[in-house]
Design a binder for this molecule. Structure first.
Ligand code: PHE
Length: 349
């Protein structure tokens, strides 16, 4: 049985423990916490110091037990103070109870890019006509970008493509046409494909030019393919993309890899072909959107397809350019500024 003096000591320690529990429940700020710390741990008059003073009055054999009691209390005080301190220092928002009746915080969602959406529309139209989708590298060799497409070395037509060279023989592709060659090297006719992708040209950015833009290439190769197929398919495609009523014209043109060649214009959607001072069409009423033509027999020879047996047609269209006209966007650079206010509006439409 503990002696009366030790029992009295224990009840003093217990009283402090109760006091600690009661007072710490009231603590709301760091200042009150400091007062509590002072009350228990101050060197001169804190509870722990007072208890050690008291301990001196006990009998020698009682001192170790009493000492353990004080140390247990001291440990409890320190733990309680540390826990309260951590709680008081966390930011107010975290501590706040959640009010389920408040409106939630709105998340700002992104959206698919308008060029991506437009490209998907193009892909869906061609997929529905039985075409499949191919891709090719953005870094190309001179051979695929030019030579195999019937641009001999030093040919002046190369100047029409403001090429960004990496080395003499390596470049950033200036059009998606090199993928025609890559596909025809591997697959034999019949071929019905489109090739969407990025292309690069040495251009200073302005409202209608960028050094990087998107094209979609088309290629059909089979027996008995004629210019009528080219015209019919391209007309059908443009009408499905831009509306039944759109006015289209084919204009004779030149590309080394097609013969004959045609460029295709659509009526200017910005001014409806009515404004002689239109900034988009320059008053002509027309906008060129693609180049096309019958695959040149020399191109077939370059990929070991017999031009006596097979014929084909190809086209290349600027995706961002056409998207600009279709969506009424006055400046091509908006596409690449990554302003969500711009990008989201086409998805929400
Ligand atoms: N590659 C040509 C260009 O970038 C477009 C084109 C593709 C023309 C296919 C004819 C056939 O201007």
């Amino acid at each position: 049985m503990p002696s009366p003096s030790l029992r009295k000591f224990k009840s003093a320690v217990d009283a402090y423990a109760t006091k600690l529990a009661d007072e710490s429940a009231q603590i709301r700020d760091l200042k009150a916490l400091e007062e509590l710390r002072h009350q228990f741990l101050s060197r001169k008059r804190g509870a722990v110091t007072l208890l050690f003073e008291e301990l001196k009055t006990l009998k020698p054999e009682e001192k170790p037990v009493a000492g353990q009691m004080i140390n247990a209390l001291k440990k409890e005080v320190q733990e309680k103070l540390a826990a309260l301190e951590a709680k008081l220092e966390t930011p107010v928002e975290v501590k706040k109870e959640i009010d389920l009746t408040l409106p939630g915080e709105e998340r700002y969602w992104g959206a698919p890019h308008p060029i991506r959406l437009f490209q998907q529309e193009i892909e869906n139209i061609f997929l529905s006509m039985g075409f499949s989708i191919e891709e090719g590298p953005e870094i190309e060799t001179d051979y695929y970008n030019f030579e195999a497409l019937n641009f001999p070395p030093q040919h002046p037509a190369r100047d029409d493509w403001d090429t960004l060279y990496i080395t003499d023989k390596l470049l950033l592709r200036t059009h998606t046409s090199p993928v025609q060659i890559r596909v025809m090297e591997k697959k034999k006719p019949p071929i019905r494909i489109i090739i969407p992708g990025k292309v690069f040209r040495h251009e200073t950015p302005d409202p209608t030019h960028l050094p990087m833009f998107f094209q979609v290439e088309g290629l059909v190769v089979d027996e008995g393919i004629t210019f009528a197929n080219l015209k019919g398919t391209i007309e059908h495609f443009i009408k499905r993309l831009l509306g039944e009523k759109i006015k289209i014209r084919f204009r004779p043109s030149f590309f080394p890899f097609t013969e004959p060649s045609a460029e295709v214009d659509i009526e200017c959607l910005a001014c409806g072909a009515k404004d002689p001072a239109c900034r988009i069409c320059g008053g002509s009423g027309w906008k060129e959107i693609l180049g096309s033509g019958m695959v040149d027999p020399q191109v077939f020879k370059n990929v070991n397809i017999d031009p006596e047996k097979y014929s084909g047609w190809a086209f290349g269209m600027g995706i961002d350019r056409t998207a600009m006209f279709a969506l009424g966007i006055p400046d091509m650079r908006y596409f690449f500024e990554n302003d969500l206010r711009f990008i989201r509006q086409f998805y929400l439409k």
